[in-house]
Design a protein around this ligand. Structure first.
Ligand code: VGL
Ligand code: ZN
Length: 197
């Protein structure tokens, strides 16, 4: 068994004061830092959008943040502008340890969002993470980070579908919780065989 910690999107924009602040988002930082030593490998993901990204409400006339829209690849929640490449908001929380083996950026194509660390929101376009993990012999993943009900959830379910042994450290995650999205994510993760610790 080779076990990696996959740390999802612990960036300033998802922490209090950020553009898409997740309640208590910064509270995961000391927990995640302390967990890092327990793993064979640590991988960080970084939400990394172009300015004017299609997941931003500001890119759609008449749309407000947190409304849904229909994209060619399916329904998409529209977000406040966040994690724009090279900005302070896209930077990792200042206290997060970043001495990881890999930093995987996602969501960098203007026309398509990527919640999952494995596939963009068309559920087809790979990020390359699967190949990275497999070629390194990593078969077991623990996830933590932000947000439980979006990027952690999509990443965990994709990892389980790909055959990895997956658990989520719920104490080291925080949720956005839009209209019951946290409960729905927990149900879907359990149904996919993801262990919630
Ligand atoms: C995320 C919404 C938009 C996340 C990223 O990291 O959960 N959520 N972009
Ligand atoms: Zn995003």
């Amino acid at each position: 068994m080779t076990h990696a910690l996959l740390v999802i999107d612990v960036q300033n924009d998802f922490c209090p004061g950020g553009a898409l602040a997740v309640p208590g988002g910064d509270e995961v930082v000391p927990l995640i830092n302390a967990m890092m030593a327990e793993f064979d490998s640590v991988i960080l993901t970084q939400d990394w959008h172009t300015a004017g990204h299609s997941s931003f409400a500001s890119s759609h006339a008449g749309k407000a943040p947190f409304e849904l829209t229909e994209m060619p690849y399916g329904p998409q929640v529209l977000w406040p502008d966040h994690c724009v490449q090279g900005t302070e908001g896209a930077t990792f929380h200042a206290d997060l340890r970043t001495d990881a083996d890999l930093i995987l950026r996602k969501g960098f194509r203007t026309a398509i969002d990527s919640y999952s660390a494995f596939f963009e929101n068309d559920h087809t376009t790979p990020t390359g993470l699967e190949g990275y993990l497999r070629t390194r012999g990593i078969d077991t993943l623990t996830l933590a980070g932000l947000a439980t009900d979006f990027c952690v959830y999509y990443s965990a379910v994709d990892a389980a579908k790909l055959g990895f042994d997956v658990s989520v450290r719920m104490d080291a995650c925080r949720a956005i919780d839009l209209d019951g999205s946290l409960a729905a994510a927990e149900t879907a993760m359990r149904a996919s065989g993801v262990k919630l610790d």
